[in-house]
Ligand binder design. Sequence first.
Ligand code: ADP
Ligand code: MG
Length: 423
Amino acid sequence: PSSQRKNGEESPNVFSPGLLDLQSFDTELLSEMTVPGLYDSSSLFHPVRGRSFDGSEPFISTNKQTGRAVLPDNNLLKSFPADKEKTSSVAKIKVVVRKRPLNKKELAKNEEDIIETYSNALTVHETKLKVDLTEYVEKHEFVFDAVLNEEVSNDEVYRETVEPIVPIIFERTKATCFAYGQTGSGKTYTMNPLPLKASRDILRLMHHTYRNQGFQLFVSFFEIYGGKLFDLLSDRKKLCMREDGKQQVCIVGLQEYEVSDVESIKDLIEKGNATRSTGTTGANEESSRSHAILQLAIKRSIDGTESKPPRLVGKLSFIDLAGSERGADTTDNDKQTRMEGAEINKSLLALKECIRALDNDKSHIPFRGSKLTEVLRDSFVGNSRTVMISCISPSSGSCEHTLNTLRYADRVKSLSKGNAPKK
Ligand code: ADP
Ligand code: MG
């Protein structure tokens, strides 16, 4: 009966094909089995369909007459009633803008707030000069999924961006949350509290909804600086990236800590932050030239296979990107700075291209464009979600950088389905 099929959780032996997302099931766990009565001509559900782990080959064969299908291991389905509706209700790409308040320095310089915000739109008031040197104001309007003004707290930012994604990490989703913007626009301020808030919710789910189901939470934290990887939880140990035969990316030697309480996660995050490339504060701050990547991985030991290492279920990555203005350091006098600038420029452009390919369901995603996108490769394959938080300063002195940030965000957004690409 269809009422049974709608809920795999209550009737573990009756599968509901339309609700399964098998894209990322590991092929090793597959077995051919007969699913009686799975398909009938009046079925309301779509036939089971899936692709192999790397997204290329279809591996689920279905036969409407016999009801024979290649499905994942029975046990896995029983405890994993992949709720496709829940997963698909979260947008593939979400672009949010966060405006910070004017700071003391800006106020002291009498800089004005030139950003006017509405519910999910904003206007930049750019002061320009005519040829006769009289001033006029040019208005630039932008629309995003959400615009968070200077009164919005970090709690509300979390609720708007990451909170909706947390439950679907248990449904084999890989999600990435980026903070983009010029140095001093609030990226770190915005990103810092998010992983801890997310961990709290993940642990809550693990200890209640998914209690005793073998889920484990792991934390890793590293940095990409000048195209090289450094482990922030292991004294900035230099790391190498390797790709295995299945084109899975692996960061050799990256420390991953299993965590089961909020306090230890907090300690790890603080430790990692303290280890980030730091230097003199201000525009030349070293951390503005690095991308910091904190990953929360949910893994699972499957019943009866405790001897095997736990398998990855889902992943949530938080990326505090290098200052967007750093990509323009390509004419600097210092060779090192120039090279870093070129790498940052490349990574921010490649990132945009990858998100764009992702949203168009392109089979080819241009990961190889940069170290950043190569490292994030597995987060762009299969069932993935992206949240971009574009951070902006309100001040007139940052107008040009702010417009650049908003245009970048707009490019990412306008590529989303349902929004015709702009000229
Ligand atoms: P970025 O990481 O983009 O270089 P930061 O996050 O370090 O910028 O922010 C620069 C400064 O502005 C910090 O002192 C930070 O505390 C402050 N700041 C940023 N965003 C906000 C905000 N929304 N509310 C209050 N202060 C903020
Ligand atoms: Mg920062």
